[in-house]
Design a protein around this ligand. Sequence first.
Ligand SMILES: [Zn+2]
Length: 289
Amino acid sequence: MHRTGGIWLAAILAVILMGFLGYRVTHHVVKGPNQQYYQRTKTDRRGRIDRGIYTQSQLEKLTMITHGGRYGGNTSLDTAATQHVYQLNGHNLPNIVGPDGVLKLYTKSTFMTPEMVQDAATYWNKLAGKRIVVVVNQQYQSDEVIHDGQHDRHVLGGQTYNGQGIKFYPDNWQISALSAKNQKNWKEAALIHEIGHALGIPHLGGGLLGSNAANAGVSITDFMGPWAVGGTHTPIQNEYGVRSTAVDAAALALAGASWQKPQRLASWVLTSPTRGVTYNNGRITSTIP
Ligand SMILES: [Zn+2]
């Protein structure tokens, strides 16, 4: 009697456990892991430049642009032409674009409005010359999620690559003294910047890590560098909005050639490097064909 009861109890517990595991597995497969996490698509780190996208001389021209100077560009990208690798100081550069070649973003951020997120996607698509970033309406459809959090250091936002998506830290932004236009442009620059990391672009602030400008406390016009506005030492061009530079565009061209589905992006920069896209206070203008 005692023993039989024990067996029944074990059997009932086993059924409950199986049911629970079944629910978890179904939940995981149907809904996708981003019901709990902010990154659905696995970070890709192939670190190779597809040889079918650009000729050798075009690759050399792109890396000549991204090589930059003291406070612009990234000298690690030189190896895209010499060794056909896409690396930062010898380490493969990651992206979250996924196998379809379109970065799908979902936003839960209140710091960045839905309109600003859509504008950032439009900005990248104009720069690329094709649709590479879209905003989706359901979290499970996304490659990653934009959301807000807290950070105890003076960090404004970040691309995590580790399942936490794109995070912004509203409490760390001390920009209330700036004009409404400059506040909006700075936030949009940060949004465009973090999406750039998801596309596989490293920092473009000069040197082997693209970190010269940030280390020196210098702000620049390339949005993949430390872009800032409204200060006594910030570039005067930034007062007119977030204007893409040839360095930003050439870096996108190289990143696209490194994706799981390699793409020819922003190739206009090879012939017309002075063209660009500008975001200014909710308006996007472009001189790109
Ligand atoms: Zn960054």
